[in-house]
Every structure is written in structure tokens, then in C-alpha cells.
Design a protein around this ligand. Structure first.
Ligand code: BES
Ligand code: ZN
Length: 661
């Protein structure tokens, strides 16, 4: 069982948390910016936590879940599912361990599930009602509970609810790939739960503050391997028809968005003692060489913020349609093959997903308005891992690129979306997916570091992860922790940081420390020289690292004539670059200047991978021009069936494809 090591007296900490729960709201109540849905701790009764998890303040209200955890709460999910790669469905049962004292029903989240029946542990039917479906939240599933079973669970009041169901072929979390979309020529499927998509393949309480342990038996077609964000439980069992059943177990309680499954022609290659990589057979060699520093990254991360508590750290390199760069599924980061640049130049993404093993997976955003606690802390931590493994001047480059991305995007966002604790009432949590939670969140920690010094911030972060391990955190809760343990004897530090302004106000506070990378300054010089007419071959680019190339491309003049673009492309092989970040920056320049010789490369990039970070801006850039819109529509008609719903949903919105197409 996970333990909570309390490095400050419980009473002191709880007193501070409770006080801040009330005053945190008051402190932050600047005109028009009252933080949304931040339930003051200790004002509502809560379910007692499972033994060993320690007393916690009341759960924050999650506007993106139908669950009513104060009445009945899911502690464990046991899946028994068979994958049908032709019908594109998962079918079987989810057996939920529910704790409820006086409540007679439990409310679950679902989306597009077909429920055939719900029973108790003995198979006796339980009454249930599936409510009306909301396009963002899905439909609430209310189940009448059986009487408590003294034999179930480790605290009184627990009972089992067995949901018999199948997923829709269009389940938002799941992508089913045809043989033509994979390297191996075999079918493939994977899930993507964050933020609120797990409910489209598992009927449970899909809220990041409702942690659940889980186990699973997954039956996969003959020849295919199932992997999950959990420990494999022995060898797969062979069925008479050749299919195999894989067993998994996650003994730590996790947020439901972290439950993940993939099935395909997968091979494993160890990287170190507790690290390794899974992928389709032809990719596993290149992946293992790209990721050779991963074991070192884990060690560096532990040196910063304490033990890695999840057992193994493996990566799964997915087929190119994976909609994200990476997803921090516990024990098994899911990653896009677009980071396989061949020279390890994009491995900061691994540092990022690894860092989530602390910030996000161990201490989890309580609601999607607190998403910056996951991502901002992770970007900061990622940078510290990169510094430890590759040196400060490399980490400085990444830091400056992040800051530039933030200032560029802030200029385009409405004030309400510039706030770290973002108001998502009535909105898709996806709307909060900007560089604000990432880079403004990290900039907050750089600011704290600049005020209190690195040793004090590090000591705080380490104790914060220990104290809150396997728990969730709100924005007000973080501030309370900082008040109680970071600057409790140093009010001047708090005044210098201005935490409420950071958390609850738009814009970038002016106490943010500047970032400056000497190596990026070289790229600035080269960009200026090119702008004033220097030929590309005469630029001092020898020995440049990828971040310098990206910065150079981003620093070029807005408009450039075709002959200068041709010279650039010819000198540096940009259209043919195997580095996805460099290619992406180049293709944006090509669109901006309508540089048609690069359009075959653009079309190829948009159709051979589905990472939303690349796909979305490129389509948006095209769609913003008269000449580009028809081209975008024509490419999208071909590409759309190959994208995951996360990516196609974003492009549908840009190109005006009506929902349900
Ligand atoms: N947890 C995120 C991915 C995510 C966020 C998925 C919100 C769904 C909803 C992951 O850790 C992430 O941030 N990935 C980034 C890469 C990272 C290096 C910034 C990505 O996919 O681009
Ligand atoms: Zn992240």
C-alpha cells in the first residue's frame, strides 16, 4: 500500500489547508476572476479515504464528471475485455468495487457505451438508468447498489457492481488502425484517456480526483500482444482458438485518465534494469537506440525529487497516428514515432513524460482547471532532468523556446484562457490545452526558484511529492502547501512571488525571471545575417543542435521571396528533414510564403502522421488563406480517416466539418 510520509505535523498542515481553502478563494477574488469550481476544503463531508491513504481535505468539485463521490465512490476497477479488431469493439465486463454507506445508488460516467446488463457479484440483475448524453461529458449511468458485501474490499460498505458492455467503434478514446496504417501490416488499437475520454471505454467515475486501483484481463487476437499502463501479471493464457488473454495489475490508485491499453504486433527491447521499449518489430531497434539515455533520466529524476514509485518505466512507440507527442501512462509512456529523429535530439519529450511519474501521476490535478499543476510542474521538472543529463546550456535553450512559445500564444488568447486556474465550466477540458498550463505554469516555478533559491524550492517539491503521493491537488491546495512549508517564515518571499496574480490573473506577471540562452543567440545572429542577404551556406551553423535550428527558423523574417526559401531548403535539406520539429517549423514558413516547392513535403507530413501539435497549426495556417483552404480540404479528405478522434475533432472545428461526420 502506498504510504504518506508527513514531513510536517499533520495538524499544522491541515489547519493551513483548511484556512487557505476559504481564504484562497477570497485572496483570489480580484474583479471578474473568482476561481471557478474550487470547493473550499472541509466545508462538505467526504468519504473516508481507504486505509493508508491518510486523511485528506474534501474533494474538489469536478464539473467534467457526473460522479457524486461523497455518496458512493469507485475504488477498484476489474476489466475483462476481448478486443475485436475487425468490429472495432472491446466487449466484456467492468467489475467495480464501490464504497457507499447510506447511498442506494452510484453514478458513473459513460460515453457511447452499449450496456447489456448490470449485475451484482452473484449475477443477480441490478436496476440502472442511462441518462441523456451530453456531447462533451457523455451520459451518466446510475446503478442501484446491491447490499454491502462484508467479503468485498478492505473497508466496510463495499460491494461489487458488474457492468456488461461493449464500446462503440467510434469510441473517442480508442483508435483502431487497419493493417495499412501500421509498420507491421497487422491491425493495431490503442486508447488515449486524458482528459475525459476513459469513459468511452470503461464505465467508471472518470474524474482525476477519484483514484482507482485496477486489474485487467484482455483477450487479444492470435499473434497480437496487449500492453497496459500496469504491471503484467505472468505470461498470457493461450485460448483454444489461438487468442491470448493478458493479465495486468495496477496496485497503486490512479486517476482513470491514466488507464491505457494498446494491442498490436509488439516487440520488447530492454534499455536498462527497469526500463525498456515496446513497439512494432521494425521500429524497436531505432527506438532503443534513440532512448538509450532513459535509464540515466530516471536516475536523474530520482536524484531531484525522490524515488520512482511505479516499478518499471517502459515506453511504447505507437504507430504514427498517435495524436500526442507523449502520454504519461503509468509504467508505460505512450509516444509518437515522430520523436525518433535518429540523433536523440527530441528526447526531452521522454524527460517530460517521465517527470509526470511525480507531477501528474503521483500528485494529480484534482480537476481539469488544475491541469497546470500537472503540466507546469512537469515542464519545470523536465527541464531539470534535461539539465542534469545534457547540461545547463542545453536546458537553457529549451527554456527559452518554451518562453517564446508562451509569449506568442498569450498574444492570441482571450484573457480568461491566460489564467493558470482556468474556468472550464460548460467547456471541453481540451479548450484548456494551450501553452498556458505548460509554460506559464513552469514560469511560475522559475519565479519561485528565483525568489527562494533552488535548494529551498527543491526541498519543497520533494516533500510535496512525498506528502501528497497518490493523492490529488488543487490550485488553492498548492498555495496552502506553499504557505505552510515554503515561505511560512519568509513573508517577503511570498510578497515577491505574488502567487495569486500568477494563479488567478491573465497575462505573464512582470516578476518572471528572463531567459537567455547563449546558443540560441547564435541562431539569432544567423537569422539576422540571412535576413540581411547572407547566403545560407555562409551562415555559421556548424555543430548546431536541434533547438538552434528551430529558433533560427522561427526568427526568420515573416515574408521571404521564393529564391531565398529555395536557397535555404537546398542548403539545409529542410523539406526532407527527418526531424519532425525542424520540418514542422519549415512547413509553417512555406505556408506563410506560399512556397509551393515544399507542398509535397507538407502533404506527405499531414498524411503520414497524426500528431495534433503539428497537424492543427498546419491546417489552421492553410485554412486562413483563400488559396490554402481548398488544398487543406483536399488533403484532409484523405487524411481524416487516418487520424485519432482527438486530432480529427480539432481539424473538423477548423475546417467546419459538422460533428458526427
Ligand atoms: N499529458 C500530456 C498529453 C495530454 C494532455 C493529453 C492533455 C490529453 C490532454 C503529455 O504529457 C504532454 O504534455 N505531451 C506533449 C509533449 C510534451 C513534451 C509537452 C505533447 O504531446 O505534445
Ligand atoms: Zn505533459
Amino acid at each position: 500500500m502506498p504510504c504518506c510520509r508527513l514531513s510536517v505535523p499533520v495538524a499544522l498542515l491541515l489547519a493551513a489547508l483548511f484556512a487557505a481553502g476559504c481564504s484562497g478563494t477570497r485572496d483570489a477574488a480580484m474583479p471578474g476572476t473568482t476561481p471557478a469550481a474550487e470547493t473550499p476544503p472541509a466545508t462538505t463531508p467526504d468519504m473516508p479515504d481507504a486505509p493508508g491513504r491518510g486523511a485528506r481535505p474534501a474533494r474538489a468539485t469536478d464539473v467534467h464528471s457526473y460522479a457524486r463521490p461523497a455518496e458512493a465512490i469507485v475504488h477498484h476497477v476489474s476489466l475483462n475485455l476481448a478486443a475485436d479488431m475487425a468490429a472495432h469493439t472491446l466487449a466484456g465486463t467492468a467489475t467495480l468495487t464501490v464504497e457507499a454507506h447510506s447511498a442506494t445508488e452510484v453514478v458513473l460516467d459513460t460515453r457511447d457505451l452499449t450496456i447489456s446488463r448490470i449485475t451484482d457479484a452473484e449475477g443477480a440483475p441490478l436496476a440502472f438508468h442511462l441518462g441523456a448524453a451530453d456531447p462533451i461529458l457523455g451520459a451518466p449511468l446510475t446503478v442501484t447498489l446491491p447490499p454491502a458485501d462484508p467479503l468485498v474490499g478492505d473497508t466496510p460498505g463495499q460491494r461489487l457492481v458488474v457492468v456488461h458492455y461493449r464500446t462503440a467503434p467510434t469510441a473517442a478514446a480508442v483508435q483502431w488502425l487497419s493493417p495499412a496504417q501500421t509498420a507491421s501490416g497487422q491491425p493495431f488499437m490503442f486508447t488515449q484517456g486524458e482528459a475525459i475520454l476513459t469513459r468511452s471505454w470503461i464505465p467508471t467515475q472518470d474524474s482525476p480526483g477519484i483514484r482507482q486501483t485496477y486489474d485487467a484481463e484482455i483477450t487479444a487476437p492470435a499473434g497480437l500482444t496487449a500492453v497496459m499502463s500496469a504491471e503484467a501479471d505472468g505470461q498470457p493464457a493461450l485460448m483454444p482458438d489461438g487468442r491470448r488473454t493478458f493479465s495486468f495489475q495496477m496496485e497503486h490508485p490512479v486517476a482513470p485518465y491514466l488507464i491505457a491499453l494498446a494491442i498490436g504486433d509488439l516487440e520488447f527491447r530492454p534499455l536498462g534494469e527497469r526500463t525498456g521499449v515496446w513497439s512494432e518489430p521494425t521500429v524497436v531497434g531505432p527506438a532503443a537506440s534513440e532512448f538509450r539515455d532513459v535509464e540515466q533520466m530516471v536516475t536523474a529524476a530520482e536524484g531531484l525529487y525522490g524515488p520512482y514509485r511505479w516499478g518499471r518505466y517502459d515506453l511504447l512507440v505507437l504507430p504514427p497516428s498517435f495524436p500526442f507527442g507523449g502520454m504519461e501512462n503509468p509504467t508505460l509512456t505512450f509516444a509518437t514515432p515522430t520523436i525518433l529523429a535518429g540523433d536523440r535530439s527530441l528526447v526531452s519529450l521522454v524527460a517530460h513524460e517521465l517527470a509526470h511519474s511525480w507531477s501528474g501521476n503521483l500528485v494529480t490535478n484534482a480537476t481539469w482547471s488544475d491541469f497546470w499543476l500537472n503540466e507546469g510542474f512537469t515542464v519545470y521538472f523536465e527541464n531539470r532532468i534535461m539539465e542534469a543529463v545534457y547540461g545547463a546550456d542545453y536546458a537553457d535553450m529549451l527554456r527559452q523556446l518554451g518562453r517564446a512559445e508562451l509569449t506568442d500564444e498569450l498574444a492570441t488568447l482571450p484573457p480568461k484562457d491566460q489564467i493558470l486556474h482556468v474556468d472550464l465550466q460548460g467547456r471541453d477540458p481540451d479548450d484548456g490545452f494551450t501553452s498556458v498550463p505548460y509554460e506559464k505554469g513552469a514560469a511560475f516555478l522559475y519565479t519561485v526558484e528565483s525568489v527562494v533559491g533552488r535548494p529551498r524550492l527543491d526541498a519543497f517539491l520533494r516533500s510535496y511529492f512525498d506528502r501528497n503521493a497518490f493523492g490529488s491537488m488543487t490550485t488553492a491546495g498548492l498555495l496552502a502547501e506553499m504557505d505552510a512549508t515554503l515561505w511560512n517564515t519568509d513573508p517577503a518571499a511570498r510578497a515577491a512571488v505574488r502567487p495569486e496574480e500568477w494563479m488567478y490573473q491573465p497575462g505573464l506577471p512582470d516578476n518572471v525571471p528572463p531567459v537567455a540562452s547563449a546558443r540560441l543567440a547564435l541562431a539569432d545572429h544567423a537569422a539576422a545575417a540571412f535576413a540581411s542577404g547572407t547566403a545560407p551556406a555562409a551562415l555559421a551553423t556548424t555543430g548546431w543542435a536541434t533547438p538552434q535550428w528551430i529558433h533560427f527558423l522561427n526568427a526568420l523574417p515573416e515574408t521571404l521571396p521564393a529564391d531565398r526559401l529555395a536557397a535555404l531548403d537546398q542548403a539545409f535539406g529542410l523539406s526532407a528533414s527527418g526531424n519532425s520539429e525542424i520540418l514542422f517549423s519549415w512547413l509553417r514558413i512555406a505556408i506563410r510564403n506560399r512556397y509551393e516547392p515544399a507542398f509535397p513535403a507538407l502533404e506527405s507530413f499531414l498524411t503520414r502522421q497524426g500528431r495534433r501539435k503539428y497537424i492543427k497549426p498546419l491546417f489552421a495556417d492553410l485554412a486562413a488563406t483563400d488559396w490554402g483552404r481548398p488544398l487543406a480540404e483536399q488533403i484532409y479528405a484523405r487524411a481524416r480517416p487516418t487520424y485519432h478522434s482527438v486530432t480529427s475533432g480539432s481539424i473538423d472545428a477548423i475546417l467546419g466539418v459538422p460533428p458526427g461526420q
